[in-house]
Design a protein around this ligand. Structure first.
Ligand SMILES: NC(=O)c1ccc[n+]([C@@H]2O[C@H](COP(=O)([O-])OP(=O)(O)OC[C@H]3O[C@@H](n4cnc5c(N)ncnc54)[C@H](O)[C@@H]3O)[C@@H](O)[C@H]2O)c1
Length: 673
């Protein structure tokens, strides 16, 4: 970046909301835009929405802004304040480019910009990073004000973020988090999807998803690793004959923010995959990025190609440009055997563009969901019933179908689909956490640890990859049999990471690791920074989709069977515990993954700079950040977690966890006679 550009960029950040309004300019044609949100506000609430938006600006500008914002509300269902979009490119720059009084604040600016980079974000001009509605901010005034606060912040202050709104800088202390984020926290009885629509339209709450509103999204790579682990283990679990992945067929849907990782994971796992996608832009984007091998528009042609690939035992991925229901039905008619099936449409957001119903075009759906939301909802429900019927025909022939944490089973059941088990006590199919991620990863503490090289240099990422690999190989030598397979998969992943060219946006890496692995890798990075082997500091973080950060009964905690799956103590404890153990920023969200009101989840970011202080903080916080969840999983009597927490206590004498006693079945039966 030349000096003039850098100055202009810094000036804009320091200026916050400019006293002289920038000229209005139309929203861009060449980026994807969020669907028009439904017109839900009463006339009085519309007044409130406008008043709320205008409170960011001096009264003398209101005559210009009020009609403009009213028009946005009418046209898009939200006030995004497009006029306030920054004039300088939004992207992760090296940490030294940010005008800040402390590196911690600069690291947060870097991550915010990464989440809004048009190459990374799903609907960048509506400040949506992924998942259709995962917002970083609700409007551009909040973005500008937040960046300005961060540029002014010292290590004696903490910024309070209320659902994208920067409430302000408050005095705190050096050890406190620099930013505390909450997104979508509402009174529990007011947590239905329409409550979100209403509060978001009024500009008072937002859906932060997981890593969107917490500034920790690292592009589709973040999810490729987890998806690869899931697909790999689903294949292993269902490989009754021991023939391996070659020639196995995986059918699913979605080529969006996270779902776009599925074909790549399929290729890495060595299967034939078909991913349906109704949005032509999304399908072609993934094809151009090399995430999927072929795009096919005709379903009969798809049948022919897929059959040939299965017979040739190719590792290949197909995108079908159309509705996933049509794929399931066509493959049934053609009697094409599907080994594995799932779905990653955004059913956490079924009524506002997350799920496109069969029989209605993409364009017609987009119109109807805003103009006639009730009729659109009927189409969605009808499609989900058809969808489930088609899947059921395949599973009757032996397909292994699993819910991919997108609320497919939940919404299908609410739509009256034939998806419940025979005694009506639960769903007919498991979630991927119940069968795969929970017992194989989370219960042992393995989860989506990630880091970003704040220098922005590819060489730093390469070195951190090597360091992480060495640490894991060392740990593997001593690792007990219970976790050897996980260690092998993770070493294989990090060895192939450079060749798989996964970086989009910041120089970031994801690597599943357990508590010991995360602590040792982070300490090794800190040592490398201190020794000047790395050109800059490193930002640590994780996905919320992890061992401890998320209470989500239909996903992360779906393998908790002691009745506590609908409690959220673990996620809240995690957030608070990370805060006072040294996180640079922390976040707590309502919603994320399976939907508003269905989950509480949290995460953190931590800047490490090679100092002894950074070592103290990373050791203390990462230990808690994983072991909190293992302790809870162990208390729920999950076998792997009972083993893992005992191991953690053997390693750390200060850790003392309450362990469960197991009651024998006959004692219970006798007592309840
Ligand atoms: N990848 C993972 O590991 C993972 C883990 C847990 C949950 N999820 C869940 O998966 C869902 C998808 O996430 P995302 O970030 O990719 O969302 P997204 O909205 O970016 O992508 C979903 C895609 O599905 C397409 N789609 C919708 N209905 C369709 C239909 N009937 N047929 C074909 N395509 C259709 C949409 O056009 C969109 O591109 C979310 O609910 C998310 O929470 C993903």
């Amino acid at each position: 970046m030349n000096t003039d550009e850098l100055r202009a960029f810094q000036r804009e950040i320091l200026g916050g909301i400019p006293a002289d309004l920038p000229a209005a300019f139309p929203r861009s044609e060449d980026v994807s835009h969020a669907p028009v949100r439904k017109d839900i506000l009463s006339p009085a609430e519309k007044e409130l929405a406008l008043r709320n938006a205008l409170r960011y600006f001096p009264a003398e500008t209101h005559a210009v802004l009020a009609p403009e914002f009213a028009q946005e509300l009418r046209e898009y269902g939200r006030i995004y304040m497009y006029r306030l979009r920054p004039s300088q490119p939004v992207k992760a720059r090296p940490i030294s480019a940010y005008p800040a009084k402390c590196d911690q604040a600069a690291s947060i600016m870097l991550m915010i910009q990464n989440n809004l980079d048009p190459a990374v974000a799903q609907h960048p001009e509506e400040l949506i990073t992924y998942g259709g509605n995962g917002g970083v901010f609700q409007n551009w005034a909040q973005y500008r004000l937040t960046m300005q606060y961060l540029s002014q912040m010292t290590e004696e202050q903490t910024l309070a973020m209320y659902s994208g709104h920067p409430m302000g800088l408050f005095p705190s202390h050096k050890d406190a988090p620099r930013v505390v984020v909450t997104n979508g926290m509402v009174i529990p009885n007011y947590s239905k999807p329409d409550d979100w629509e209403r509060m978001n339209a009024m500009g008072v709450s937002q859906y932060g998803q997981m890593t969107a509103g917490s500034y920790m999204y690292i592009g589709p790579q973040g999810i490729v690793h987890g998806t690869t682990i899931t697909v790999l283990n689903a294949v292993r679990m269902n490989d009754k004959t021991g023939s391996g992945p070659a020639g196995k067929l995986f059918v699913t849907a979605g080529l969006g923010g996270m779902s776009g990782a599925q074909p790549k994971a399929g290729n890495i796992a060595g299967v034939v995959s078909v991913t349906a996608e109704v949005n032509s832009d999304a399908a072609h984007k993934r094809h151009e990025q090399g995430w999927v091998d072929h795009v096919i528009e005709d379903v009969e042609e798809l049948v022919l190609q897929v059959r040939a690939s299965v017979e040739a035992k190719e590792a290949v991925s197909y995108a079908y440009l159309g509705n996933v229901v049509d794929v399931w039905e066509a493959f049934d008619r053609a009697e094409l055997f599907v080994d594995l099936g799932s779905d990653q449409t955004s059913l956490h957001n079924p009524w506002a563009g997350g799920y496109y119903p069969a029989g209605l075009s993409f364009e017609a759906s987009n119109k109807m969901m805003a103009s006639d939301p009730d009729a659109f909802a009927d189409h969605v429900k009808e499609s989900l019933r058809r969808h489930a019927d088609a899947v059921n025909k395949h599973t009757a022939r032996g397909t292994y179908f699993f819910d991919y944490g997108n609320a497919f089973l939940l919404e299908a059941s609410r739509s009256g689909a034939d998806i419940m088990n025979t005694d009506g006590t639960g769903f007919r199919y498991p979630s991927y956490v119940q069968d795969i991620m929970g017992p194989m990863c989370f219960d042992y503490g393995f989860g989506p640890f990630r880091w970003v090289c704040a220098s922005g240099e590819a060489a730093d990422l390469e070195l951190t990859d090597r360091i992480a690999c060495e640490v894991l190989e060392d740990l593997k030598k001593e690792a007990p049999a219970e976790i050897q397979q996980q260690m092998d998969d993770n070493i294989r992943w990090i060895k192939g990471a450079q060749a798989n060219r996964l970086v989009v946006g910041s120089q970031a890496r994801i690597l599943y690791a357990d508590a010991l692995g995360r602590m040792k890798i982070a300490k090794a990075f800190n040592d490398a920074i201190a020794a000047d082997r790395l050109a800059g500091p490193v930002i640590l973080g994780r996905d919320h989709h992890d061992v401890s950060g998320t209470d989500s009964p239909f996903r992360e905690t779906s393998n908790i069977y002691d009745g506590s799956a609908f409690t959220a103590d673990m996620a809240v404890q995690n957030f608070a515990g990370d805060a006072f153990r040294g996180a640079t920023w922390i976040s707590l969200h309502n919603g994320g993954g399976v939907g508003w009101g269905e989950v509480v989840n949290g995460g953190f970011g931590m800047l490490i700079d090679g100092s002894a202080d950074a070592e103290r903080r990373l050791t203390s916080m990462l230990h808690w950040d994983v072991n909190n969840g293992i302790a809870r999983r162990s208390w729920a009597r999950n076998e792997g977690a009972e083993w893992a927490i005992q191991r953690a206590m053997d390693q750390e004498p200060l850790l003392k966890v309450t362990l469960p006693a197991h009651a024998a079945d006959d004692v219970i039966a006798e007592a309840l006679k």
